[in-house]
Design a protein around this ligand. Structure first.
Ligand code: GLC
Length: 619
């Protein structure tokens, strides 16, 4: 026993010794406070000691196999627990379904304590150590993560560190005028500083929550609220905030969480006269989090939520020597994908993929077609401008197109945060609805339905070819359409993101084996692709990935190469049958879906179809 304890201590000591100087240096740079730093280090050891044996074993394995999450079997799915299966125990019962869907990483959307009706979908946390009662308990969470690990599934959760709910105990004390707690937020007794901030800080929710401050009449103070008025921004200039939030992070990691999604990370440091986004101190904090996780729980991954243009996203990977996040969302590619659907023109997408493919292979992106949030039209407008496409009119076109008002569109969905001043708006809808499945179902038009399904499956096939890890939103695997019932709920009706956060329809999911149903057609076609993905090693994150010219504006071609094997994917984004004018002269290829042998040149691709071609071996 003594031996074991000694060994454990020495593992911790070794990790701490390796990182200590850098951590101390970064901490002192921000806080210049040795006693708080000492307190932090003591707590790191406490959390390390408290970590379960199985998790420590997993940490050791992952420390040795740092590429463990970059394999071709990684497939994520995100869902709200209540929508998916009622509660945590319900999710545990559905693990077989997830396995059947080839999913080995689940993102449990926010499940911590949050006030009903003032929760922003759970992103306003009032207690970081308590599960919402209706969803279960911390024990249920530990039981779920353990059950997932038995099935080699990873569990991701949100760590909402930019703000707390106004109902958090710190916020309550701050509201009562307790200076210690007021200093954990941004409190001002008059509007002069808030007004100065407003001059340079853009708005996140210009329509649903305008402004960056909220007046609290009972407290006689303004408080900074970049998101909703009930989400109070934390002040990371206060080392107490940093330390306590790190303890919360480690507490959650110790419940068996594998991936921590750092919510709204670019916003966590504020300075007057700046946009309060992506400031250099944010990177210091994320780097410290990475070091802290490498000391206490190196098996845990950091996933940064940076919904910004590529130049701003990439720095969150840090450098190869001083990494920050393990994974980031491929947000610009996602938005550009839908631009391509609406315009049938792949040139901007190709350019975007070339940028991503040119980055170091250590950088792992999460690819997705849509998530729980709106789609913001963050495109490369400089490039579009060169073709005479203006930003404002194009955004208007995209929003009209996806609402089904303009162009040859079969999409359905709603605008989000339409800003009357700038004319800007974002968009909400499920993948299936945006592909035309909702409309075709409503009109009982079988021909249109098959086309819509083809577009939907083609988009997934293309996403699986991208460099990185694909993540599905629950329900997309069976083509679930928009859910308009949110309009009946007073707590949700103002927030159109709920249109694509509908509950999983298990009656429809029962049809996954029925090849004639919409659900069965989508589920089975995706299943085939997922199986190809996990058996072919060219789908590992470290593979070379590039685009190939097709000489047709609607056809995208992506190549992947790894250890002598090569697969190319060809995707037709138009409703016309086309030919991909490629000419890969390195041998014969096998069409991975039909098995037929062919040359990879002048390949015919029907409307909204795709092909995966594998180069025959031994050539
Ligand atoms: C993130 C979440 C979003 C939430 C916001 C505020 O962007 O994805 O749903 O509204 O953070 O916490």
């Amino acid at each position: 026993m003594k031996e074991k304890i000694k060994k454990q201590e020495s593992i911790f000591e070794k990790r701490l010794a390796y990182h200590h100087d850098e951590l101390r240096w970064l901490y002192m740079e921000l806080y210049d406070n040795t006693s708080m730093f000492a307190e932090l280090c003591d707590n790191l050891f406490q959390f390390y000691e408290e970590r379960k044996e199985e998790l420590k074993k997993q940490d050791l394995y992952r420390e040795q196999h740092t590429g463990w999450y970059k394999q071709n079997d990684m497939l994520g799915m995100m869902f709200y627990i209540d929508n998916f299966a009622g509660n945590m125990a319900g999710v545990e019962e559905k693990l077989d379904y997830l396995e059947q869907s080839n999913v080995n990483y689940i993102h449990l959307m926010p499940f911590l304590e949050t006030p009903e009706g003032r929760s922003d979908g759970g992103y306003a946390v009032s207690d970081f150590r308590k599960v919402q009662e209706k969803l279960g308990t911390m024990e249920d969470l530990e039981s779920l993560t353990a059950a997932c690990h038995k099935k080699h599934m990873n569990v991701c959760m949100d760590f909402v560190m930019n703000h707390t709910s106004e109902e958090h105990e710190w916020a309550k004390k701050a509201r009562q005028g307790d200076g210690e707690y007021m200093s954990r937020y941004f409190f001002y007794d008059n509007d002069s500083i808030p007004n100065m901030y407003e001059k340079t800080v853009p708005q996140v929710f210009p329509t649903t929550a305008p402004g960056n401050f909220t007046w609290l009449p009972d407290a006689g103070h303004y408080v900074m609220t970049s998101f909703y008025p009930y989400q109070w921004d934390l002040n990371y200039k206060n080392p107490r905030v940093f330390n306590e939030m790190m303890y919360n992070f480690l507490y959650l990691a110790n419940r068996g969480i594998d991936i921590i999604r750092i919510d709204a990370v670019p916003y966590i440091w504020k300075e007057l006269n700046t946009q309060c986004r992506n400031l250099k101190q944010v990177h210091t904090i994320v780097r410290m989090m990475r070091i802290i996780s490498e000391i206490v729980c190196p098996g845990v991954l950091l996933l940064g939520e940076v919904v910004m243009e590529p130049e701003k996203v990439v720095p969150y990977f840090g450098t190869v020597e001083k990494p920050e996040c393990h994974m980031l969302y491929n947000v610009t590619t996602m938005a550009t994908t839908w631009h391509t659907v609406a315009t049938r023109d792949v040139s901007l997408l190709k350019k975007q993929l070339d940028i991503v493919n040119g980055l170091p292979k250590e950088y792992v992106f999460l690819n997705y077609l849509r998530c729980h949030d709106d789609i913001g039209w963050g495109l490369d407008y400089d490039s579009l401008q060169c073709e005479g496409i203006g930003e404002r009119s194009h955004k208007q076109y995209l929003n009209n197109y996806f609402q089904g008002y303009e162009g040859a569109s079969n999409s359905r969905g709603e605008l989000y945060n339409a800003d009357p001043v700038t004319g800007d708006a974002r968009f909400c809808g499920t993948t299936a609805s945006m592909c035309g499945i909702e409309k075709a179902g409503f009109e009982r038009d079988e021909e249109a339905m098959e086309k819509a399904i083809q577009l939907d499956v083609m988009l997934h096939a293309y996403m699986f070819m991208q460099s990185g890890i694909p993540v599905l939103y629950s329900g997309d695997e069976i083509g679930q359409v928009n859910d308009y019932t949110y309009k009946e709920s007073p707590n949700k009706r103002e927030d159109s993101r709920y249109i694509h956060r509908g509950a999983m329809n298990w009656n429809l999911a029962e049809k996954i084996k029925d090849k004639t149903s919409v659900e069965g057609r989508i589920f089975q076609r995706l299943n085939t692709l997922e199986k190809i993905r996990k058996t072919e090693k060219v789908f590992v994150c470290q593979a070379d990935t590039w685009t190939i010219d097709t000489n047709d504006s609607s056809i995208l071609c992506i190549g992947r190469h790894y250890e002598g094997e090569k697969i190319i994917g060809i995707f037709n984004f138009s409703e016309y049958d086309k030919t991909a004018w490629i000419n890969e002269t390195d041998g014969m290829y096998t069409d991975m879906l039909s098995g037929s042998q062919m040359k990879a040149s002048g390949v015919k691709i029907p409307a909204y179809r795709f092909m995966y071609l594998k180069r025959n071996g031994g050539i």
